[in-house]
Design a protein around this ligand. Structure first.
Ligand SMILES: Nc1ncnc2c1ncn2[C@@H]1O[C@H](COP(=O)(O)OP(=O)(O)OP(=O)(O)O)[C@@H](O)[C@H]1O
Ligand SMILES: [Mg+2]
Length: 243
Protein backbone atom coordinates (compact mmCIF):
# COMPACT_ATOMS: atom_id res chain seq x y z
CA UNK A 1 0.00 0.00 0.00
CA UNK A 2 1.21 3.51 -0.76
CA UNK A 3 1.38 6.09 1.97
CA UNK A 4 -0.24 9.46 1.35
CA UNK A 5 1.08 10.73 4.66
CA UNK A 6 4.10 9.70 6.67
CA UNK A 7 4.86 11.53 9.89
CA UNK A 8 8.22 10.92 11.55
CA UNK A 9 9.01 11.94 15.11
CA UNK A 10 6.96 15.13 14.86
CA UNK A 11 7.35 17.56 17.75
CA UNK A 12 5.66 20.88 18.25
CA UNK A 13 6.26 23.24 21.12
CA UNK A 14 4.38 26.52 21.01
CA UNK A 15 6.22 29.82 21.54
CA UNK A 16 4.85 30.04 25.08
CA UNK A 17 6.63 26.76 25.91
CA UNK A 18 3.60 24.41 25.68
CA UNK A 19 4.69 21.06 24.21
CA UNK A 20 1.67 19.99 22.12
CA UNK A 21 3.22 17.13 20.09
CA UNK A 22 5.98 15.04 21.62
CA UNK A 23 7.26 12.76 18.87
CA UNK A 24 4.38 11.56 16.70
CA UNK A 25 4.94 8.73 14.21
CA UNK A 26 2.03 7.98 11.92
CA UNK A 27 1.64 6.46 8.47
CA UNK A 28 -1.59 6.78 6.54
CA UNK A 29 -2.19 4.92 3.32
CA UNK A 30 -4.03 6.21 0.28
CA UNK A 31 -7.77 5.66 0.59
CA UNK A 32 -7.79 5.05 4.35
CA UNK A 33 -10.32 6.61 6.73
CA UNK A 34 -8.45 7.23 9.99
CA UNK A 35 -9.85 8.89 13.09
CA UNK A 36 -7.87 10.39 15.93
CA UNK A 37 -9.33 10.07 19.40
CA UNK A 38 -8.02 11.82 22.46
CA UNK A 39 -9.07 14.05 25.34
CA UNK A 40 -9.16 17.82 25.12
CA UNK A 41 -5.64 19.23 24.89
CA UNK A 42 -4.06 15.99 23.64
CA UNK A 43 -2.81 17.66 20.43
CA UNK A 44 -5.38 16.57 17.82
CA UNK A 45 -5.94 20.02 16.30
CA UNK A 46 -2.24 20.87 16.42
CA UNK A 47 -1.47 17.68 14.49
CA UNK A 48 -3.94 18.50 11.68
CA UNK A 49 -2.82 22.13 11.53
CA UNK A 50 0.81 21.08 11.27
CA UNK A 51 0.02 18.72 8.39
CA UNK A 52 -1.42 21.49 6.24
CA UNK A 53 1.04 24.17 7.26
CA UNK A 54 -1.18 26.27 9.54
CA UNK A 55 1.42 25.54 12.24
CA UNK A 56 5.11 24.87 11.77
CA UNK A 57 6.66 21.86 13.45
CA UNK A 58 9.55 22.23 15.88
CA UNK A 59 11.31 19.05 14.72
CA UNK A 60 10.46 15.97 12.69
CA UNK A 61 9.24 15.45 9.14
CA UNK A 62 5.97 14.99 7.32
CA UNK A 63 5.88 13.40 3.88
CA UNK A 64 2.79 14.06 1.76
CA UNK A 65 2.49 11.92 -1.35
CA UNK A 66 6.18 11.00 -0.95
CA UNK A 67 7.43 14.58 -0.80
CA UNK A 68 8.66 16.18 2.40
CA UNK A 69 6.51 19.15 3.46
CA UNK A 70 8.61 22.31 3.57
CA UNK A 71 8.39 25.91 2.36
CA UNK A 72 8.78 24.74 -1.22
CA UNK A 73 6.03 22.12 -1.17
CA UNK A 74 3.48 23.50 1.28
CA UNK A 75 1.39 25.29 -1.38
CA UNK A 76 1.17 22.06 -3.35
CA UNK A 77 0.12 20.21 -0.18
CA UNK A 78 -2.56 22.81 0.54
CA UNK A 79 -3.85 22.49 -3.03
CA UNK A 80 -4.27 18.76 -2.60
CA UNK A 81 -5.72 18.90 0.92
CA UNK A 82 -9.19 19.94 2.03
CA UNK A 83 -9.95 21.09 5.57
CA UNK A 84 -13.24 20.74 7.45
CA UNK A 85 -13.80 22.61 10.71
CA UNK A 86 -15.90 22.12 13.83
CA UNK A 87 -17.54 25.55 13.49
CA UNK A 88 -17.88 25.27 9.69
CA UNK A 89 -15.92 28.51 8.98
CA UNK A 90 -18.45 29.73 6.40
CA UNK A 91 -18.97 33.35 5.41
CA UNK A 92 -22.50 33.92 6.74
CA UNK A 93 -23.71 36.51 4.27
CA UNK A 94 -22.59 34.51 1.24
CA UNK A 95 -24.70 31.92 -0.55
CA UNK A 96 -23.82 28.25 -0.25
CA UNK A 97 -22.39 28.20 -3.78
CA UNK A 98 -20.16 31.22 -3.16
CA UNK A 99 -18.89 29.63 0.05
CA UNK A 100 -18.06 26.51 -1.93
CA UNK A 101 -16.25 28.61 -4.56
CA UNK A 102 -13.99 30.08 -1.85
CA UNK A 103 -12.51 26.57 -1.70
CA UNK A 104 -10.82 27.38 -5.03
CA UNK A 105 -9.08 30.48 -3.65
CA UNK A 106 -5.64 30.20 -2.13
CA UNK A 107 -4.67 32.11 0.99
CA UNK A 108 -3.29 35.09 -0.94
CA UNK A 109 -6.55 35.91 -2.73
CA UNK A 110 -8.96 34.63 -0.07
CA UNK A 111 -10.23 38.02 1.02
CA UNK A 112 -11.07 39.37 -2.38
CA UNK A 113 -14.77 39.00 -3.04
CA UNK A 114 -14.37 38.72 -6.77
CA UNK A 115 -17.02 36.09 -7.23
CA UNK A 116 -17.96 37.35 -10.64
CA UNK A 117 -14.49 36.28 -11.74
CA UNK A 118 -15.26 32.62 -11.31
CA UNK A 119 -15.68 30.90 -14.61
CA UNK A 120 -18.78 29.03 -15.64
CA UNK A 121 -17.08 25.63 -15.34
CA UNK A 122 -15.98 26.50 -11.79
CA UNK A 123 -19.58 27.36 -10.89
CA UNK A 124 -20.70 24.05 -12.38
CA UNK A 125 -18.03 22.31 -10.29
CA UNK A 126 -19.37 24.07 -7.18
CA UNK A 127 -22.90 22.91 -7.98
CA UNK A 128 -21.60 19.39 -8.50
CA UNK A 129 -19.94 19.48 -5.05
CA UNK A 130 -23.20 20.68 -3.52
CA UNK A 131 -24.99 17.84 -5.30
CA UNK A 132 -22.50 15.34 -3.83
CA UNK A 133 -23.41 16.51 -0.32
CA UNK A 134 -27.14 16.50 -1.17
CA UNK A 135 -27.61 20.24 -0.97
CA UNK A 136 -28.15 21.31 -4.56
CA UNK A 137 -31.53 22.87 -3.80
CA UNK A 138 -29.96 25.19 -1.20
CA UNK A 139 -27.18 26.43 -3.51
CA UNK A 140 -28.42 30.01 -3.56
CA UNK A 141 -29.50 30.24 0.08
CA UNK A 142 -27.35 32.37 2.36
CA UNK A 143 -25.35 30.08 4.60
CA UNK A 144 -26.85 31.67 7.74
CA UNK A 145 -30.24 30.40 6.57
CA UNK A 146 -29.03 26.80 6.85
CA UNK A 147 -29.09 24.37 9.78
CA UNK A 148 -25.85 23.27 11.43
CA UNK A 149 -25.82 19.96 9.57
CA UNK A 150 -26.50 21.73 6.27
CA UNK A 151 -23.72 24.25 6.98
CA UNK A 152 -21.28 21.43 7.54
CA UNK A 153 -22.37 19.90 4.23
CA UNK A 154 -21.45 23.24 2.59
CA UNK A 155 -18.13 23.01 4.46
CA UNK A 156 -17.56 19.57 2.95
CA UNK A 157 -18.56 20.75 -0.54
CA UNK A 158 -16.04 23.60 -0.18
CA UNK A 159 -13.34 21.12 0.85
CA UNK A 160 -13.96 18.69 -2.04
CA UNK A 161 -14.35 21.20 -4.90
CA UNK A 162 -10.64 21.02 -5.66
CA UNK A 163 -10.75 17.20 -5.60
CA UNK A 164 -8.22 16.81 -2.80
CA UNK A 165 -6.22 13.65 -2.17
CA UNK A 166 -6.59 14.16 1.57
CA UNK A 167 -9.40 15.57 3.72
CA UNK A 168 -8.51 16.80 7.21
CA UNK A 169 -11.56 17.13 9.46
CA UNK A 170 -11.21 18.69 12.91
CA UNK A 171 -14.16 17.53 15.01
CA UNK A 172 -16.58 17.97 12.10
CA UNK A 173 -19.61 16.83 14.12
CA UNK A 174 -18.90 18.29 17.55
CA UNK A 175 -21.75 20.78 17.39
CA UNK A 176 -24.31 18.51 15.72
CA UNK A 177 -27.04 16.21 17.06
CA UNK A 178 -26.54 12.43 16.63
CA UNK A 179 -28.66 12.19 13.48
CA UNK A 180 -26.84 15.06 11.73
CA UNK A 181 -23.50 13.72 12.99
CA UNK A 182 -24.19 10.33 11.39
CA UNK A 183 -25.22 12.00 8.15
CA UNK A 184 -21.99 14.04 8.00
CA UNK A 185 -19.79 11.03 8.75
CA UNK A 186 -21.61 8.85 6.22
CA UNK A 187 -21.02 11.60 3.66
CA UNK A 188 -17.31 11.58 4.46
CA UNK A 189 -17.38 7.79 4.10
CA UNK A 190 -19.13 8.11 0.74
CA UNK A 191 -16.48 10.56 -0.49
CA UNK A 192 -13.80 8.20 0.83
CA UNK A 193 -15.28 5.23 -1.07
CA UNK A 194 -16.39 6.95 -4.29
CA UNK A 195 -13.41 9.20 -4.91
CA UNK A 196 -10.76 7.29 -2.94
CA UNK A 197 -10.12 10.42 -0.86
CA UNK A 198 -8.04 9.71 2.23
CA UNK A 199 -9.70 11.00 5.41
CA UNK A 200 -8.04 12.01 8.66
CA UNK A 201 -10.63 13.02 11.20
CA UNK A 202 -10.44 14.21 14.81
CA UNK A 203 -13.37 12.93 16.82
CA UNK A 204 -14.60 12.89 20.39
CA UNK A 205 -17.31 10.25 19.88
CA UNK A 206 -15.80 6.75 20.14
CA UNK A 207 -18.90 5.01 18.74
CA UNK A 208 -18.96 7.17 15.62
CA UNK A 209 -15.21 6.81 15.14
CA UNK A 210 -15.52 2.99 15.29
CA UNK A 211 -18.52 2.94 12.97
CA UNK A 212 -17.00 4.98 10.13
CA UNK A 213 -13.21 4.63 10.33
CA UNK A 214 -10.88 1.88 9.15
CA UNK A 215 -8.35 2.72 11.85
CA UNK A 216 -8.31 4.57 15.16
CA UNK A 217 -5.35 6.43 16.59
CA UNK A 218 -5.35 7.36 20.27
CA UNK A 219 -3.52 10.52 21.23
CA UNK A 220 -2.72 11.56 24.79
CA UNK A 221 -0.49 14.40 25.91
CA UNK A 222 1.07 14.78 22.44
CA UNK A 223 1.91 11.09 22.04
CA UNK A 224 0.27 8.22 20.15
CA UNK A 225 -0.93 5.65 22.67
CA UNK A 226 -2.57 3.19 20.27
CA UNK A 227 -3.01 2.73 16.54
CA UNK A 228 -5.44 -0.09 15.75
CA UNK A 229 -7.97 -1.25 13.21
CA UNK A 230 -11.43 -0.12 14.33
CA UNK A 231 -12.65 -3.66 14.93
CA UNK A 232 -9.73 -4.33 17.29
CA UNK A 233 -10.32 -1.36 19.57
CA UNK A 234 -11.22 -2.49 23.07
CA UNK A 235 -11.92 -1.04 26.46
CA UNK A 236 -8.30 -1.19 27.56
CA UNK A 237 -7.19 0.89 24.55
CA UNK A 238 -9.76 3.52 25.40
CA UNK A 239 -8.97 3.53 29.11
CA UNK A 240 -5.41 4.49 28.24
CA UNK A 241 -6.49 7.78 26.66
CA UNK A 242 -9.60 8.64 28.64
CA UNK A 243 -7.97 8.44 32.06
N1 LIG B 1 -1.71 28.68 19.68
C1 LIG B 1 -1.34 28.03 20.79
N2 LIG B 1 -0.44 28.58 21.65
C2 LIG B 1 -0.04 27.91 22.75
N3 LIG B 1 -0.49 26.70 23.11
C3 LIG B 1 -1.40 26.12 22.31
C4 LIG B 1 -1.89 26.74 21.12
N4 LIG B 1 -2.79 25.92 20.53
C5 LIG B 1 -2.86 24.84 21.32
N5 LIG B 1 -2.05 24.94 22.40
C6 LIG B 1 -1.84 23.93 23.45
O1 LIG B 1 -1.40 22.74 22.83
C7 LIG B 1 -2.01 21.60 23.45
C8 LIG B 1 -2.76 20.81 22.42
O2 LIG B 1 -3.86 21.59 21.95
P1 LIG B 1 -4.84 21.10 20.79
O3 LIG B 1 -5.72 22.24 20.46
O4 LIG B 1 -4.03 20.53 19.70
O5 LIG B 1 -5.65 19.95 21.53
P2 LIG B 1 -6.93 19.13 21.04
O6 LIG B 1 -6.61 17.69 21.23
O7 LIG B 1 -7.32 19.58 19.69
O8 LIG B 1 -8.04 19.55 22.11
P3 LIG B 1 -9.65 19.70 21.91
O9 LIG B 1 -10.21 18.30 21.96
O10 LIG B 1 -10.07 20.49 23.12
O11 LIG B 1 -9.91 20.41 20.63
C9 LIG B 1 -2.87 22.15 24.58
O12 LIG B 1 -2.11 22.08 25.76
C10 LIG B 1 -3.11 23.59 24.18
O13 LIG B 1 -3.30 24.39 25.31
MG1 LIG C 1 -9.01 20.46 18.90
Amino acid sequence: MTAILEINDLKKTFDNGTPALKGVNLKINKGEFVSILGPSGSGKTTLLRTINGLETSSTGEIYFDNKVIDNNTILEVQKKTGMIFQDFNLVNNLSAINNVLTGLLNSSNKFLSLFYLFKKDQKIEALRSLETVGLLEKSYNRSDELSGGQRQRVGIARAIIKQPLLLLADEPVASLDPKAANLILSLLKKINKEFGTTILCNLHQVDLAKKYSDRLVGLLDGKIIFDEKSENINKSNLEKIYV
